[in-house]
Ligand binder design. Structure first.
Ligand code: PFF
Length: 452
């Protein structure tokens, strides 16, 4: 029996469509929704960012999501292997995704550590609504040379431990309790925030676009955030697609997961912006926005300690399932292509990412003087991976599927379940995936980078 045959026969699958949906949603829903999305909305002028973000989700995000699931399910391989199986000369497209995942996890784990600290802190109760105080709490924590490193170590150790033991499927099963719980608490907090005095001002900022604030940089930031939030452009969703049963409907799952992800991000904005304006925070304060705003909300809320604790705990779990989906493709690559064993791959790759993350964390404090292009190391990792590598990887994947593998082959894979007659299929493959999505990414990309 050929090795290829063996791999196929022993390949696990998700027991059901629901299994895929929760695993993919576990990857998509995370810090991107609660931490990065509100930060960017605030920094890029409010509603105008939201509008562009939603437009890109519809025009590029869903198309690309479906493309990755389709390629993965057809190839029955993870990221790099899928490209290799179809055309050996383009294996490097998968390689871009590995580098992106590596860079993202190194700063993601630092923020995951912040969440653990805020979880513990919320149990004691924040007891502060003054912006000066919550900002002081955040900045003195992240710039401390020791404490954020302890929590980064804890978060990364957990991620490595789960991948080392190969128990990620077990962990992902928790997603079916965690995700609805996270949604419920986010809705409760949004209702609470909307009742704050002055909330209307925040709603206006978040929902009424001021088109004069639209710039090429806004569009590029929104594009990067779509890829980041949906876990696209680096092979995570592709890998999950390879586990999706042949009988399941690809169009259906490709609508449900992006929809869930977008709803959570949208509600996060409905918490943050009413609170920002009610308490007098600065909406464009950057990566700390969520962390400086929420303590004020919990401090003045009935049962605030309980809600705060539950919220940060759920956010921590959501971050962990996303972190696993960032590390796992690199481990799978080392196992499949370089014959490493799982333990060696988890410890080595996880260890190197941990060390890079240490420098990312220190760049918020002791190393904040080292800047390239006005950005500290943490921001560089974020900018290069989300604004360069993910859109590039995504665009090349769309072109690879539609021009090299072929839209007819992709369509055969999408519609072979026989359950859902996919009438929009032709439009998806021959218009959206082949032209519109890659062209839009390209235009936003070169204008945003100032090349054009
Ligand atoms: N989508 C995750 C989030 O929004 O937090 C982050 C992420 C996970 C990005 C996996 C990319 C990825 F491949």
């Amino acid at each position: 029996m050929s090795q290829q045959h063996e791999v196929q026969e022993t390949r696990e699958g998700f027991a059901s469509k629901i299994g895929f949906i929760f695993a993919a949603a576990g990857s998509a829903i995370g810090l991107g929704n609660i931490w990065r999305f509100p930060w960017l909305v605030g920094a890029y002028g409010g509603a105008v960012f939201l509008v562009i973000y939603l437009a890109i989700i519809i025009l590029v995000g869903i198309t690309m999501f479906m493309g990755e699931v389709t390629l993965g399910r057809y190839a029955q391989r993870s990221n790099v292997g899928a490209f290799k199986k179809i055309n050996k000369s383009f294996t490097w497209i998968g390689g871009i995704g590995l580098i992106a995942g590596f860079m993202i996890l190194s700063f993601y784990s630092v923020v995951g550590g912040w969440v653990i600290y805020y979880f513990l802190r919320s149990l004691i109760g924040f007891g502060m609504t003054d912006p000066a105080l919550t900002e002081q709490l955040f900045s003195s924590f992240i710039s401390n040379p020791i404490s954020p490193l302890i929590f980064h170590t804890l978060f990364m150790a957990l991620t490595i431990w789960i991948c080392y033991n190969g128990v990620k499927d077990g962990i992902e099963k928790y997603s079916n309790i965690m995700m609805p719980a996270l949604l419920a608490i986010v809705i409760i907090l949004a209702i609470r925030a909307l009742m704050l005095p002055g909330a209307a001002e925040g709603l206006k900022f978040y929902l009424v676009p001021d088109l004069s604030k639209l710039t090429a940089q806004t569009a590029l930031a929104a594009l990067g955030q779509v890829f980041f939030s949906l876990s696209l452009g680096m092979g995570s969703i592709l890998t999950y697609g390879s586990y999706l049963g042949k009988k399941e409907s690809i169009p259906q799952v490709s609508l449900i997961v992006p929809l869930m992800d977008t709803i959570i991000a949208f509600f996060a904005g409905l918490i943050i912006f009413p609170a920002v304006f009610s308490y007098g925070f600065e909406p464009s304060s950057g990566p700390g926005l969520t962390f400086v705003t929420l303590p004020a909300v919990f401090s003045e809320m009935p049962l605030g300690q309980l809600f705060g604790g539950a919220f940060f705990f759920l956010l921590f779990l959501a971050a962990l399932t996303s972190a696993i989906s960032l590390l796992e493709p690199i481990i799978a690559y080392m196992i499949e292509e370089h014959n490493w064993n799982r333990k060696k791959a988890s410890l080595t790759i996880g260890g190197v990412i941990f060390i890079v993350g240490v420098f990312a964390s220190l760049s918020m404090g002791p190393l904040s003087g080292f800047k390239i292009a006005h950005l500290v190391f943490f921001d560089q990792l974020d900018w290069v991976s989300n604004n360069l590598l993910l859109p590039l990887g995504g665009m090349l994947t769309a072109l690879f599927i539609s021009w090299l593998w072929g839209t007819q082959n992709a369509l055969n894979e999408v519609t072979n379940d026989g359950l859902l007659k996919f009438e929009l299929g032709n439009f998806w493959a021959n218009v959206m995936l082949k032209y519109i999505a890659p062209a839009l990414v390209f235009i936003v990309f070169i204008t945003g980078l100032g090349i054009f």
